[in-house]
Design a binder for this molecule. Structure first.
Ligand SMILES: [Ca+2]
Length: 256
């Protein structure tokens, strides 16, 4: 009897969660359809990395999620550029390209984009991935699903400290095209580009050396739970990337 009750409760709970998910998805679709008549609002790839809507969100999906959480209209962020390709979400939706996929654009201003997502998921979890896209290296893991995003898992989530985006050392530097050197005695991080030293940062020090000049990182590199984090703007500057900051959804995109 007791077991039957538990089974009934579990089944009911699964139904309730599925119903809520479907309802939420319909709300998304309704709202988007209201603003963009021509957009296929059943296409999960608008917001997700895969055409199964259960998967992680792409940068536009991150904005959409933040919009839903704060109960604002799409117009709040439609003029932002979620995927960092140089075109606003509104321009892309109007042209039928994907506003969350850097490699899907009306034309190409940049060839490479790496996005660090600082906002948390709506359940409070930090995002354990970054997005690295290169138009010359399209990821075609599953051609049928039209999946071209390159999602890179990270072992420690990014965070913001004193308005600066902090990212895990190796994932941050290597995804931006650099290589990492470490001097344990000096607690110094060296950043190399094509074998040439372009940046030096020290754990606990606010000032760095970037391309031969003194550079104010504002937030010093630090070790948290045995992981080293560095302010990613300094890394991007040392490697010659341009930062596109998307306030809604807190996405730091570096373009090349
Ligand atoms: Ca865009």
């Amino acid at each position: 009897m007791k077991r039957l009750t538990i089974v009934a409760v579990v089944v009911l709970a699964i139904f309730a969660v599925s119903f809520l998910m479907v309802t939420a998805q319909e709300e998304y679709a309704d709202e988007m359809g209201f603003y963009y008549y021509d957009v296929d609002t059943t296409d999960c790839l608008i917001c997700h990395f895969h055409d199964n809507g259960d998967t992680d969100r792409n940068p536009y999906g991150v904005q959409y999620e933040a919009g839903m959480a704060e109960a604002v209209e799409i117009t709040t962020y439609e003029n932002q550029d979620a995927d960092g390709d140089g075109y606003t979400n509104a321009q892309e939706l109007a042209k039928g390209t994907n506003p969350g996929d850097f490699t899907s654009s009306p034309s190409r201003k940049y060839t490479k984009c790496v996005s660090f997502i600082l906002s948390k998921e709506d359940d409070g979890d930090s995002r354990k991935y970054i997005v690295a896209n290169d138009v010359n290296k399209r990821v075609t893991k599953n051609v049928d699903d039209n999946i071209f995003f390159q999602q890179v898992e990270i072992d420690a989530p990014c965070y913001i400290k004193n308005d600066k985006s902090m990212v895990p050392l190796r994932a941050g530097i290597e995804n931006l095209g650099g290589t990492v050197g470490w001097d344990g005695g000096e607690k110094r991080v060296d950043i190399f580009k094509n074998g040439k030293l372009v940046g030096q940062m020290w754990i606990g020090r606010q000032y760095a050396k970037i391309n031969g000049k003194n550079y104010d990182l504002v937030t010093a590199p630090e070790i948290v739970n045995s992981r080293t984090f560095v302010p990613v703007k300094g890394v991007g500057d040392s490697l010659g990337a341009k930062l596109i900051w998307t306030p809604f959804g807190q996405i730091a995109s570096f373009v090349f």
